[in-house]
Write a protein that binds this ligand. Structure first.
Ligand SMILES: Nc1ncnc2c1ncn2[C@@H]1O[C@H](COP(=O)(O)OP(=O)(O)OP(=O)(O)O)[C@@H](O)[C@H]1O
Ligand SMILES: [Mg+2]
Length: 385
């Protein structure tokens, strides 16, 4: 029987847990042609949520343009992938694609080819060092012009938007700001996976996208939504899990969707048909997962300074350690001064190992958090008495 828990890729409607409120907010933005910035830590379900909302839009009224900016490193790359996504949103036959490409992006030398499965796709030749070969402004007008021409509402999604921070200049941000404010037929949705980068972009007055749209920060999924989701999937596949075990599991993953699905997936594998999950099965699943990660986590751990490790330990155990600048925490962690804390903390944030909310810090990778806890406990228990 197929494992009912999926992790790693985009999850579709039948594998999707709750997010009703967030879906409603996203849907309203799409319907109203508003601009929305959605951000969260990694793997919290942004892409899945947006793709689900897009798939539910009535095809008769809408066209959507979904662009993954992850592979882009320059404005030229941005223009290439954007032009491709726009064209493919409005056309599907090779002839129409070429016609659309020539009409809207003539100067970008469109070429249509067939992919391995025989599906037509278009590509554009954007010269990196020759800005006169394309015009950013013209391209940003195409979604609105196509919306009017085809009499459809248009939704543009720019996924992994923080990638524009790696471009040479802030042209993309500046041009987008003026484009999105003019285009009433088009909803722009920006997704960002690095919370602090997106926050910097949106909360710094001097940056072009400051206050350019509404914000939605995704959070982990609540235990009350995971309970029926997890229970049903076990029952459907002839296995059992009780509420206590689900609570324990959600406590370990803090309700983070990726880690929750991953742990459930392993737990399901370790449970025989017609059997029930026990606390021991959960311990075994965690041990197995941490063993798989042990090499990577050990290597990472060894690359940290002593003070960084002390901070990570404090964060992994939560509570007082999560507010590292408080007098108690400074004493408990042994870092002695706030400036020592600052020096140790900064690289941890930059490497995306920790993040903070309202001054409380936490370890982003929930399995790393468990690994640190286990490691510390092992040390404690192996100390001579
Ligand atoms: N609503 C949900 N219900 C169940 N599982 C979910 C949900 N959202 C996300 N997941 C789990 O989290 C994983 C990551 O989801 P997704 O790729 O959509 O997140 P993301 O925030 O776009 O990640 P990234 O930061 O890598 O772009 C999925 O493979 C799935 O296991
Ligand atoms: Mg994503």
């Amino acid at each position: 029987m197929k494992n009912p828990f999926e992790y790693g890729g985009i999850v579709r409607a039948d594998a999707f847990c709750n997010r009703r409120n967030e879906l409603d907010q996203v849907r309203r933005s799409m319907e109203n042609g508003d601009n929305l910035f959605m951000y969260s830590e990694r793997r919290l379900g942004k892409s899945s949520l947006i793709l689900l909302a897009l798939s539910e839009l009535p095809k008769s009224d809408y066209r959507y343009i979904y662009v993954d900016l992850w592979p882009t490193n320059s404005e030229a790359d941005f223009i290439g992938v954007f032009a491709k996504a726009i064209t493919e949103a409005f056309t599907s036959s090779p002839e129409k694609m070429l016609e659309f490409g020539k009409q809207f992006f003539g100067s970008l030398r469109p070429v249509v080819s067939l992919d391995d499965s025989g599906k037509p796709q278009i590509s554009f030749g954007v010269a990196k060092n020759n800005p006169s070969s394309y015009s950013f402004d013209n391209i940003l007008e195409v979604p609105q012009n196509a919306a009017l021409k085809f009499k459809k509402k248009v939704v543009v999604v720019l996924d992994e938007f923080q990638q524009v921070l790696s471009y040479d200049s802030d042209t993309a941000e500046r041009r987008l700001r003026s484009a999105i404010q003019k285009q009433n037929e088009v909803a722009y949705i920006f997704l960002g996976s690095r919370k602090h980068l997106i926050q910097k972009m949106l909360t710094d007055r001097s940056r072009p996208l400051y206050r350019a749209g509404a914000h939605l920060m995704l959070r982990p999924i609540d235990k009350k939504h995971w309970l029926p989701f997890i229970r049903e999937r076990f029952i459907r596949t002839n296995k059992q899990i009780d509420e206590n075990c689900i609570s324990k599991l959600i406590g370990l993953t803090e309700g983070h969707p990726f880690y929750t699905q991953h742990l459930c997936n392993t737990l399901w594998e370790l449970t025989e048909p017609n059997d029930s999950v026990s606390e021991k099965t959960i311990d075994d699943a965690v041990t197995l997962l941490l063993e798989r990660e042990d090499y990577a986590f050990s290597t990472l751990w060894e690359s940290l300074s002593l003070n960084q490790r002390k901070l990570m330990e404090a964060f992994a155990f939560g509570e007082s350690g999560s507010k590292p600048f408080s007098a108690n925490s400074i004493q408990a962690s042994g870092l002695k001064t706030p400036s020592n804390v600052q020096r140790a903390l900064q690289p941890l944030i930059e490497k995306d190992l920790v993040d903070q909310e309202a001054g409380s810090y936490f370890v982003l990778d929930r399995f790393l958090r468990l690994w640190i806890q286990k490691r510390a406990n092992r040390w404690l228990h192996s100390e001579p008495t």
